[in-house]
Ligand binder design. Sequence first.
Ligand SMILES: Nc1ncnc2c1ncn2[C@@H]1O[C@H](COP(=O)(O)OP(=O)(O)O)[C@@H](O)[C@H]1O
Ligand SMILES: [Mg+2]
Length: 580
Amino acid sequence: MIKHLVKSIREYKKPTILTPIFMILEVAMEITIPFLVAKLIDEGVNANDTKAIFIIGAELLITALLSLFFGVQSGKNAAIASAGFAKNLRQDMYGKMQKYSFFNIDKFSTSSIVTRLTTDVTNVQMAFMMIIRGAVRAPITIICALVMSFTINPKVALIFLIASPILGGLLILIAKTVHPIFEKVFRTYDKLNNVVQENVRGVRVVKSFVKEDAEISKFDKVSQTIYENFYRAEKLLALNNPLMQFTVYTCITLISWFGAKAIVAGSLTTGELTSLITYAMQILSSLMLVSMVFVMITMSLESARRIVEILEEVPDLDNPEKPVMEVKNGDIEFKNVSFSYVKDKKKLCLQNINLRIKSGETIGIIGGTGSSKSSLVQLIPRLYDVTEGELKVGGVNVKDYDIKTLRDAVSMVLQKNELFSGTIKENLRWGNENATDDEIEEACKLAQADEFINGFIDKYDTHIEQGGTNVSGGQKQRLCIARALLKKPKILILDDSTSAVDTKTDSLIRKAFAEKIPNTTKIIIAQRISSVQDSDQIIVLDNGKINGIGTHEELLKSNSIYQEVYYSQVKAGEEECQKA
Ligand SMILES: Nc1ncnc2c1ncn2[C@@H]1O[C@H](COP(=O)(O)OP(=O)(O)O)[C@@H](O)[C@H]1O
Ligand SMILES: [Mg+2]
């Protein structure tokens, strides 16, 4: 796990190393100060030596200034190192996620990815800062202060040796109890993000179902859980301070008690007693720091684990070693293809699919929801890999193609299509970065989108909101079709992509396809028989299996599912006509 994280330090190695070095120098100065103070009291004040007071005073001033300088340097480097580390970590995670296949993406929920990229990275960043500063500072301070105290007066210094482990043990005990609570908090964060995200994405649905109150109470419940856990954790952590104060003051009292006796006996000077007290403070506050570092590290371990999970996920689709760089034509062949989303042969969602589609044909796919229509076509651009059997495009197994080459040749309008914030033109250029304005217009004409685009004031420069909320469902679908067309694909797949388009426009789109892109293989998944009626072949899918293949007339004669769908739609159509 550490190995994965350390990789992200990269160009910030220098500040990462400089931080503890400056830290050590700062500690050295801090340890020297009580020593000089003791000297100042004993050799200057008590001896009434003005010259010594000036000299030692000057030494003190320089030491203090150096300590300040080193402290600032260490802080600055720590900030650069930890912020840089976090930046690299985010970039690495994001970069990795872009390589994910659909199979990989299925494993993480969107909200958990968001928490991982934000909160989790911030936690690890803080822990990283604590480690390069605190984890170095505390032990060194403790060791140096102990050594100094023992050289001054071993007997009195024994007090530290007894107090430190007791306090240290207690602090660690607190940290250990707190850790599982924090773990819970982070898991709840995921839930909170999930609720927020779902609500914000689906705000229109929430409103139309008047579910605001339910959503609010769902949110409140999660917030309440976070509040309770944080409260419990912080309550325990709050014990740290009084515990520490109690130990400090007990130690100081004890030191003063034994110190006073030693002074009377002549084995200790006043100056030495002052420095012993300062060392006591330093040791105990370092212990406090240790416990904080401990809490921070345990807290961030869970975050680190979640980050590494993203980094370690192996992209499930890889380019072959000698990829085929050209898709010859739009032939498609399924040979005994079976498919499972979880790569489990017992949970197949497509079984024994055998199909031959010739380049340029128009294929319709009909079937109830959940009959695996989308699953079937997603295999063609290799969004998922087949679990069994073989799938060929242009006569070559899809696994042998360079993935980009294949996906450029197989353009798919996903059922859950997305537009991104930006102008219409920018959105369409996702299909082809170098498309000229003429090409864009032509694609839009084919998709029957140019008419409504020209109706907008800014035409092709009209701004699309995130998720395409400012265009209608049918308009969005047509923009997505145009975007797919801009790739000039050999195979075009429309997964229920005209469901929100009226029947007339729908038929215009199909007519344009038939006339303008006759050599492109067109696969059309639809609910309406009218959308697939004049296809060369229609595939009826049922429960992940092919129930029938044929032309409209053939299926109407022989396939019961097809007949049922057809007559129910014709009847519904007639009723509508009568009403009208
Ligand atoms: N990403 C996914 N992970 C796991 N199962 C899925 C996923 N997508 C779809 N399924 C399941 O596969 C089956 C077929 O779904 P799908 O191909 O989307 O059907 P259709 O497009 O015909 O409505 C359904 O049972 C669905 O629950
Ligand atoms: Mg579907």
